[in-house]
Design a protein around this ligand. Structure first.
Ligand code: SF4
Length: 214
């Protein structure tokens, strides 16, 4: 995995470094998720954006297409971004693990959270993406992403919506789609309000970062 970091010093562009990382991911067999995946899901968006969004891992639709945040998860993400006048092309989107974690239940494969060992095995790719993109702001979508990126003891219900310094990068976490969709009635409305509040705070920092770039 040293090659990830060597390449950072060889004068390659961000796009070239990400393309090389993506190539490495596409043939990766470092954890058991390689055996059940259809496609690896690397990441997408603007590698020069100040804002990086990090989710938990690919689901069924992402595994089928090789693209992050498609299907219902994608719709929620698009709605969130649209609410603050952003599109996928304005940010860089990826996941903590690049292959789908799933378990067989009732004759079909259902998504499951990635295990600690799988997250650890995949982490050098996420680190490589962060080193290539050099985001100024990171928004983690859900507890597993926050535990990986911000703090291993992160508690999403208590710690979301706050800013953390992660190696000089401003990082925040909000609820992911699965959490939001598990809520109902007043809890659903309240959870949506909290996500909205978090995204507004992230957008304010995004605007500051863009103004800083002139
Ligand atoms: S999840 Fe990551 S470490 Fe595991 S096989 Fe896929 S790319 Fe490799």
């Amino acid at each position: 995995m040293d090659s990830l970091f060597d390449s950072a010093q060889n004068g390659e562009s961000r796009e070239e470094r990400l393309a090389e990382l993506s190539r490495q991911v596409s043939v990766c067999t470092k954890c058991d998720l390689a055996m059940s995946r259809t496609n690896t899901v690397f990441g997408t968006g603007d590698p020069h954006s100040p804002l990086m969004l990090i989710g938990e891992g690919p689901g069924e639709n992402e595994d089928a297409t090789g693209l992050p945040f498609v299907g219902r998860a994608g719709k929620l993400l698009d709605d969130i971004l649209k609410a603050v006048d952003l599109t996928r092309n304005d940010v860089y989107i990826t996941n903590v693990v690049k292959c789908r974690a799933a378990v067989e239940e009732g004759g079909r494969m259902k998504n499951r959270p990635p295990k600690t060992g799988e997250i650890k095995a995949c982490n050098p790719y996420l680190q490589g993406q962060k080193e290539a993109i050099k985001p100024e702001i990171i928004l983690c979508l859900g507890g597993p992403a926050a535990k990986t990126v911000i703090d291993k003891d992160f508690r999403i219900t208590k710690d979301r919506g706050k800013w953390y310094d992660v190696d000089g990068v401003k990082a925040m976490a909000t609820f992911n789609r699965a959490y939001v969709l598990r809520q109902s009635g007043d809890d659903l409305q309240q959870t949506k309000r909290l996500v909205w509040k978090d995204v507004q705070a992230v957008y304010a920092e995004y605007q500051k970062a863009m103004e800083g770039r002139g």
